[in-house]
Design a protein around this ligand. Structure first.
Ligand code: 5GP
Ligand code: MN
Length: 317
C-alpha cells in the first residue's frame, strides 16, 4: 500500500501534529526512515516541532526540519497522527500547496481532510498503521525502533484496551528486528527528570475530586512551570497518574499556556466519550483520551467541562 502511495512522488514531505508525542514522533520517524532506507532516489523531508528530549536517540530525528525554509511544492505531503489540518501547525502551508496529500491516522475525530485518507480509529496507534502498510522485510532496525516506541507510548506500554492482538503481533515482529524494547520503555516512558517528578507530585497533591468522586482535576499554572523550569511537553503522563485514582471515571489535567488559556488533557475509563466533549470546544482525540484548549479561569473552565461530563454520566452517578 505504501508502495503505490509513494510510486508517483519524487518529493515527499511528512508532517505530524503540534507538540509531538511518542506516537507522532514514532510514526513520522518510522515512515521517514522507511523511505530513506528503501527509496533512496526520492527526496523526503520531515517537518515537526521540537520533539521531547528522550526521543532524540532515534535515528533520523537529527534531520527534522522545525520551520519552512522555502516556498517548496511537494509532490506528496503525508500527514501522520493528526486529526485536523490546524493541528499540523507550521507545516500546514506545505500541506495545502502539495500536489497530493495523504493522511494516516487513528483519531476518531479525524474529518478526512486530505485527498486520500487512511483513518482507522480502532488502531492502537498511527505507528501500528505504518507497520501494517509497510513491506515487513523492508523495515530496518532504526525504523522498527521508532514504530515500537510509538506503539508503546499510545498504548501506555501495552496497558490500554486499544492494544489488541494485532498490536502485540506488530510489536513482536518489530522486536524481532533486534531492537532493545525494555530500554526504550524505561528511558522514554518511565524515567522523568527530578523537576518533572516534583511537578507531578504537586499536581497529585493539589488535585480535586468532583461529581461524587467520579472525576478528578488538577492544574499547573505557568508560574509553577517556570519555577520548576518545566516545559509543556514535559508534563505528558501526569493525567494518567490522576486517572489511576480509585473510583475515578474521568481525569482532567490542565496547564496554562498563557494567562487564562489552558491546554487540557482528558482521560476516561470508557464510561464517558471525552472526544465528544473536546470536540465541542474545538479539540478532539479518542473516546478515552482527548485534548483541547480553552480560555477562561480555572473554575469557569472546570464548570463547563463538569456539566458536559455530568450529562454523559446521567444514570451512573
Ligand atoms: P493529550 O491529552 O495527550 O495531549 O492528547 C490526547 C489525545 O487527544 C491525542 O490523541 C491527541 O492527538 C488528541 N488531542 C490533544 N489535544 C488536541 C487538540 O487540541 N485538538 C485535537 N483535535 N486533538 C487533540
Ligand atoms: Mn497517536
Amino acid at each position: 500500500m505504501l508502495n503505490e502511495m509513494l510510486e508517483h512522488a519524487a518529493s515527499i514531505a511528512i508532517g505530524g501534529h503540534v507538540r509531538p508525542d511518542g506516537d507522532c514522533v514514532g510514526s513520522c520517524i518510522g515512515l521517514y526512515q522507511y523511505i530513506r532506507d528503501n527509496y533512496r532516489e526520492k527526496e523526503v523531508v520531515l517537518y515537526l516541532e521540537e520533539i521531547p528530549e528522550p526521543f532524540k536517540f532515534l535515528k533520523g530525528t537529527e534531520a527534522i526540519h522545525h520551520e519552512i525554509l522555502e516556498d517548496k511544492i511537494y509532490d506528496l505531503f503525508i500527514c501522520l497522527d493528526c486529526g485536523d489540518e490546524d493541528r499540523l501547525g507550521f507545516s500546514a502551508p506545505l500541506f495545502r500547496r502539495a500536489a497530493n496529500t495523504v493522511c494516516i491516522d487513528h483519531h476518531i475525530s479525524n474529518g478526512n481532510f486530505a485527498k486520500e485518507n487512511y483513518v482507522i480509529p480502532e488502531a492502537s496507534s498511527t505507528s501500528e498503521l505504518i507497520y501494517n502498510l509497510a513491506d515487513k522485510e523492508k523495515i530496518s532496525k532504526s525504523a522498527a525502533e521508532a514504530l515500537y516506541l510509538g506503539i508503546v507510548h499510545d498504548t501506555g506500554v501495552f496497558q490500554y484496551p486499544n492494544a489488541g492482538p494485532s498490536t502485540f503481533t506488530a510489536a513482536a515482529e518489530l522486536l524481532g528486528k533486534g531492537i532493545d524494547g525494555p530500554k526504550m520503555i524505561r528511558e522514554t516512558f518511565y524515567v522523568k527528570t527530578y523537576a518533572q517528578n516534583q511537578i507531578l507530585g504537586r499536581a497529585l497533591m493539589e488535585s480535586i475530586l468532583f461529581l461524587h468522586g467520579t472525576c478528578i482535576v488538577s492544574y499547573i499554572r505557568k508560574t509553577t512551570m517556570d519555577f520548576y523550569g518545566v516545559t509543556p511537553k514535559e508534563l505528558d503522563g501526569i493525567v494518567n497518574h490522576l486517572r489511576n485514582t480509585k473510583g475515578v471515571k474521568v481525569a482532567v489535567f490542565m496547564y496554562e499556556l498563557e494567562t487564562e488559556v489552558y491546554k487540557i488533557s482528558l482521560r476516561s475509563d470508557d464510561t464517558v466519550d471525552v472526544s465528544a466533549i473536546a470536540g465541542r470546544y474545538g479539540g478532539g482525540g479518542h473516546k478515552r483520551a482527548a485534548g483541547l484548549t480553552m480560555t477562561g479561569s480555572f473554575y469557569n473552565i472546570i464548570n463547563r467541562l463538569s456539566a458536559q461530563i455530568e450529562s454523559q454520566l446521567k444514570g451512573v452517578i
